[in-house]
Design a protein around this ligand. Structure first.
Ligand code: GLC
Length: 436
């Protein structure tokens, strides 16, 4: 009898073939991953911080995936901040002042770049935007991203205040879209008296940056200014009349409900979008949302430049967002690639079509596909060219922090326009000093 020694395989447990298979699959998947993204270690993750995207975010996520597919060694982690610009500013000031390096690319409101560049929180990214390319962008945002002849961010999308109106209701009562504020008041007074449940005119009146954007449109619209030749000039009869007009919309004509004094962009967009207001002041992004298949006001909305006061031209505040690189980023080169991608003509076009964020590159306003989809762009081109920037100053945040409570006090009837502007004048004078 031959005493057979148990062989190697026989010593193996019964499940051995299964284990081998699992091992094989594991090795195979590592090999595949290698082919895809080299080694997993070679993938660098960068963090991109930006405010909440309005409406459907599917397309935006798709764009980020497209960038990752084009750059297999890069992964992008998106981190969303609240929609309000003031809250975003607060976040950045706290974190950048503390030297935070945990985000690489940040989206910057047009009013912050000067302040952040002066504070040394942004990388100089002049090489990312060669001189020849700079002329392709709207001049307003281009000036905003330039600090002491260097570029600190690339304009991403542009904003300006617009008037949205219910075309169907205006037609029903024999009105044409208003060219002047007096016409708007007349149409709103008549139509709200005949259409129960409809607000006349809604806008952003909460104590925050958007209120300043709204108020400036009335001040400039009256020929007023905030700063001239480096001096505070806000206390003027034109600006008193402007604030009086805003307050009267709520308290006297009563075409704007009290709720505007606590409203930012999105609540007003929702109210108008549900068919509950005749007129709305808002930025261009709202248009795309109103055109969607499930929009109750689809096909019944018009949009135009803001009305003008008699003897003056219409004034619209320039807004918009830019992409910059955190000075403390450990991956500035990769961060630059993401910025190039997101601000490229192709991406800006996609974003305009799908999200309604308007391109900062002027030539896209002559793009046949875009114009076919959004004829509105030809009107917007002129509005963006003429839109007025808020004072371009590294001290802007201090100035707006004076303006916000003063204007808000007028809307709440706590101060007269005269008192509020006199007080604002004194405080801004202190910030700027004589002719700073
Ligand atoms: C929009 C504008 C921005 C402005 C803000 C005010 O986001 O693009 O420039 O400061 O609204 O709420």
């Amino acid at each position: 009898m031959v005493n057979k020694k148990p062989g190697y395989l026989e010593k193996f447990p019964r499940c051995a073939p299964g284990l081998l298979f699992v091992l094989f699959m594991l090795l195979l998947s590592i090999a595949c991953a290698k082919g895809d993204k080299t080694t997993p270690e070679a993938v660098t993750t960068i963090v991109f911080k930006h405010g909440k995207i309005a409406g459907d975010t599917t397309l935006f996520n798709k764009l980020i995936k497209q960038f990752e597919a084009e750059h297999p060694q890069i992964a992008v982690k998106e981190e969303t901040l609240p929609a309000s610009t003031d809250e975003q500013h607060q976040y950045y000031v706290t974190n950048l002042a503390g030297g935070a390096a945990d985000f690489d690319v940040l989206s910057l409101d047009v009013i912050w770049v000067q302040e952040f560049a002066r504070a040394g929180w942004l990388k100089d990214i002049s090489p990312l935007l060669p001189l020849a390319e700079r002329g392709e962008f709207f001049p307003g945002p281009m000036r905003a991203v330039t600090y002491k002849d260097k570029i600190y961010a690339v304009p991403w999308y542009i904003d300006a205040g617009l008037l949205y109106y219910r075309r169907d209701l205006l037609q029903k009562y024999g009105f044409t879209p208003p060219k002047t504020w007096a016409e708007l008041v007349r149409a709103a007074t008549t139509i709200t008296s005949l259409e129960p449940g409809i607000y006349g005119f809604i806008w952003q009146g909460k104590q925050y940056e958007g209120l300043v954007c709204n108020a400036l449109e009335y001040m400039w619209g009256h020929g007023g200014e905030v700063i001239k030749d480096g001096q505070a000039v806000i206390y003027s009869p034109q600006n008193v009349a402007a604030l009086q007009f805003m307050r009267d919309l709520i308290k006297k004509q009563r075409i704007s409900p009290e709720l505007v004094t606590t409203a930012i962009e999105e609540p007003t967009r929702h109210i108008f979008g549900q068919g509950k207001a005749l007129f709305m002041r808002n930025w261009p992004y709202a248009w795309n949302i109103f055109q969607q298949a499930d929009s109750p006001i689809r096909g019944r909305v018009g949009v135009s430049a803001l009305p003008a006061f008699s003897e003056h031209t219409s004034a619209s505040t320039l807004g918009g967002w830019q992409l910059g690189i955190n000075k403390y980023s450990k991956h500035p080169r990769i961060a630059g690639k993401l910025i190039k991608f997101l601000t490229s003509p192709a991406t800006q076009k996609e974003m305009a079509l799908a999200i309604g964020y308007k391109p900062t590159r002027m030539k896209l306003y002559r793009d046949a596909d875009l114009l076919r989809e959004q004829p509105l762009l030809s009107l917007l081109y002129d509005v963006f060219l003429q839109a007025r920037p808020r004072p371009l100053s590294a001290h802007y945040m201090q100035i707006t922090q004076v303006l916000q409570p003063e204007i808000s006090a007028v809307l709440a009837d706590l101060k007269s326009p005269d008192e509020a502007l006199k007080s604002a004048q004194q405080q801004i004078y202190k910030i700027l000093g004589p002719g700073k």
